[in-house]
Design a protein around this ligand. Structure first.
Ligand code: C2E
Ligand code: CA
Ligand code: CA
Length: 591
């Protein structure tokens, strides 16, 4: 904000307060943390609500409006977050109101930037002449002296406020990372023999929640967690919002068992049942804990980083608990994984990632029903690296999203070529990581790649592994709706390995269930047999196609034929094959 704008803003506030007396409009400019010092040191308020009540009463008391004369607006301080303006003016009662008076007023306003809006954090309203009429000269010098005094005070106040505000999180009012680190350091310094731990945690799928519930509700959730977290803080403990949907708490503990119990108890307390019920959501958390050895030489920031590393570790892997403890091994792992991703990035530019195709067969006719495309990393020396060796790492690091789009682009460009050559192209299913679910515009992006190559949508099936369902339960529905809207097929991969609730499955209406290899391999054991039968029954009733994965023997085929499964895929028919082979053996023969 420029000085002119700050002066104009203050003029507007003075107009609203003294002249228009439009207090409801005025309150829009006032911070929730207002400190209001009224004239003659009376009528002081430090809560928004008290001020609101006072202004309401004042409005009823005074009729008509004041008039302002000789206004001056001096911008004393202007920084990125704080502005201080001293206004001097004569406030006169309108002629029709008795008793008539004119007061010379100093009006200090300190603004603070909150969520990109400038709000009044402090108002000091004082009379230049509180006693009575004085000579003009005395008044002027007083004015000058007071001006300087007030200016000094305003500077001090502004400086202190800037200092305080710097440490606080504007949205929630609890500490931000700077405040947390500072406070934590002083606690640890005072109590160097105590056992401490940092728990850092975040809200799962917060971006999505924010998107569906709206940012306002998102903010309410963030505030509620902050205030509950604060209540969970004991003596010599401190909490903060570190960034976005991430919080930290410094915990003092006696032994690990007690610490675990306490942390386990936390998750239920961050958000009240009422809020969850009102919003019709369940909020889940993921955390990491760093134990602080007494006398540790790590800085507070380093310890916080360790807790964050543990949190990220937990986030990228399936785990029973909501949180894990930091281990030095995590750091080494992270380094190794980053190195692998760097190599992969380079490899991608050198075209080392290839497509392999594994046809799928109609069990009744033996014809090719479609194919799955699987990635292979072909090293310059011809060695083939299998997905199991790199996909998990790509998932931990997020690089899988880049790879998936790379594979999609490659597939579409090849399909375009096949179509142009007049080949009878069968539907191709492509594996997509669950991580995409976090991206709001993912399906649009997916669709735009497919459309760029003018591939009919019914030739593309989208494979998503069932394990995504438990973790991303709230986003799956949207994904399914969007995919179906665009006319893509949705296949649930590795079905039978997760714990998808039946009702969720009903809502999503997938087109295909791909029975996981672990199930099809165990068809002879009574339990496996029962599970398979039941699943196939449900699929038939809901008109969902079944693909049996990992069919390796003739007996397996006979069994699935008997159960009237639709499609099979496995080494018994074809192993995954490179593109040229797929084109000559399958597509050309089909055509
Ligand atoms: P998936 O999606 O379950 O793929 C099927 C896997 O089973 C493939 O392993 C395939 O080669 C293997 N397979 C097929 N038939 C048989 C059989 O009869 N017996 C046995 N023992 N195995 C069989 P692959 O190619 O090693 O891929 C492993 C996993 O990597 C895939 O499992 C998939 O989850 C993932 N993946 C592969 N390509 C991609 C990709 O482009 N993107 C993503 N996100 N994941 C991929
Ligand atoms: Ca698959
Ligand atoms: Ca599978």
């Amino acid at each position: 904000m420029t000085e002119e704008q700050a002066a104009a803003l203050t003029r507007e506030i003075c107009q609203l307060y003294f002249v228009e007396r439009d207090y409801s409009k005025l309150m829009n400019y006032i911070s929730k943390d207002i400190i209001w010092i009224g004239a003659r040191g009376k009528e002081n308020f430090n809560t928004f609500e008290d001020l609101q009540v006072y202004l309401q009463n004042e409005k009823e008391f005074y009729e008509g409006s004041f008039q302002l004369a000789n206004e001056e607006y001096h911008v004393l301080e202007i920084t990125k977050d704080v502005i201080c303006v001293l206004s001097c003016m004569d406030v006169c009662t309108p002629p029709e109101v008795e008793p008539v008076f004119t007061e010379h007023i100093y009006f200090t306003t300190i603004y603070h930037r909150e969520d990109k809006e400038w709000r009044v954090l402090h108002i000091h309203n004082s009379f230049a002449d509180g006693v009575g009429r004085k000579t003009a000269a005395a008044e002027d010098s007083r004015y000058c002296r007071d001006f300087l005094m007030i200016k000094e005070e305003a500077f001090r106040l502004a400086a202190r406020e800037v200092e305080e505000v710097r440490k606080l999180d504007a949205l929630t009012g609890i500490y931000n990372v700077e405040g947390f680190v500072e406070c934590m350091e002083s606690i640890l310094l005072d109590d160097s023999f105590g056992h401490y731990a940092i728990l850092k945690f975040g809200i799962n799928q917060f971006r999505y929640l924010n998107h569906v519930l709206g940012y306002r509700t998102g903010d309410t959730i963030l505030r509620e967690i902050a205030s509950n977290l604060k209540m969970l803080c004991g003596e010599r403990e401190v909490c903060a919002r570190i960034e976005k949907d991430n919080y930290a708490i410094l915990l003092r503990y006696e032994n690990r068992e007690e610490l675990d119990q306490r942390i386990e108890g936390f998750w239920e307390h961050f958000i009240s049942r009422e809020t969850e019920a009102a919003l019709d959501i369940k909020v889940h958390f993921t955390g990491g804990v760093c134990l602080i050895e007494p006398g540790s030489r790590d800085s507070a920031k380093q310890m916080l980083d360790k807790a964050m590393l543990a949190q990220n570790y937990r986030k990228s892997r399936k785990w029973e608990n909501h949180y894990v403890y930091y281990e030095p091994e995590m750091e080494r792992n992270q380094l190794r994984e980053q190195e692998l991703v760097e190599t992969a990035r380079y490899a991608m530019r050198r075209n080392e990632f290839s497509m392999y195709f594994q046809p799928q067969i109609f069990l009744d006719t033996g014809e090719v029903a479609g194919t799955e495309v699987l990635v292979r990393w072909v090293k310059p020396d011809g060695r083939i690296v299998m997905p199991d060796e790199f996909i998990p790492v790509f998932e931990h690091t997020g690089f899988i999203k880049t790879l998936d789009f790379y594979m999609l682009e490659k597939l579409c460009s090849h399909m375009r070529k096949w179509l142009d050559e007049g080949l009878d192209v069968c539907p191709v299913s492509i594996n997509q990581s669950r991580l995409h679910l976090e991206d709001q515009h993912y399906v649009e992006q997916f669709c735009s790649v497919v459309d760029r190559y003018r591939i009919p949508h019914d030739l593309i099936a989208f494979e998503l592994t069932e394990s995504a369902f438990t973790e991303y339960d709230q986003m799956i529905q949207r994904l399914a709706t969007e995919l179906h809207f665009y006319g893509f097929r949705l296949d649930i991969d590795d079905f039978g390995t997760g714990y998808t609730a039946l009702n969720l499955l009903m809502q999503i209406e997938p087109d295909v269930l791909k029975m996981d290899r672990s199930l099809t391999a165990n068809y002879q054991n009574p339990r496996g047999n029962l599970v398979l039968k039941k699943m196939i029954e449900i699929a038939k009733e809901t008109e969902t196609t079944i693909i049996c994965e990992g069919v390796e023997y003739q007996e397996q085929e006979a069994y699935f034929k008997h159960l009237q499964c639709d499609i099979a895929q496995g080494y018994y028919y074809y192993r995954p094959m490179p593109e040229e082979e797929f084109v000559t053996r399958i597509l050309k023969r089909k055509s």
